[in-house]
Design a protein around this ligand. Structure first.
Ligand code: CO
Length: 133
């Protein structure tokens, strides 16, 4: 089994501060990590849940993929992060099983991780991010 944990569930939101405040009021949650990822045009806030995270993401520019996602489909579940021991091995295994990679090679993600995204087509309609810590 190549997956070691659900690393995170990512929710696309318009207003990151409002989403953080909601999670604080509803769950008593605190933000463990915040980061702006320029390459992806997103700002993220990570709420820790045991060994996993809720990743709240909001666009930092109107042409970012997350901005287009919200424009088309509204706020909501954007992708699921699967934690793996080795991102390259897991990516190759998914591709061998018929998945379509978005990232052909693993690349740097937030909080020092190594990541690769895999297209929803071929993964039952769900955008998957492989996350190696
Ligand atoms: Co993610």
């Amino acid at each position: 089994m190549l997956l070691t944990e659900i690393d995170h569930v990512a929710i696309a939101v318009r207003d990151l501060e409002a989403a953080v405040d909601y999670h604080r009021r509803a769950f008593g949650a605190t933000v463990e990590h915040r980061e702006t990822v320029d390459r992806d045009g997103v700002e993220e806030a990570l709420v820790a849940v045991a060994d996993s995270y809720i990743q709240l993401i909001s666009p930092t520019r109107p042409d970012s993929p997350v901005a287009r996602f919200i424009e088309r489909r509204g706020e909501g579940l954007h992708h699921v992060g699967y934690r793996v021991a080795d991102c390259a091995t897991a990516l190759a295994a998914m591709v061998a099983a018929g998945a379509t990679p978005i990232d052909r090679e693993p690349r740097p993600g937030s909080r020092g991780t190594t990541i690769a995204f895999v297209h929803p087509k071929g993964s039952f309609g769900t955008l998957i991010e492989l996350v190696q810590e």
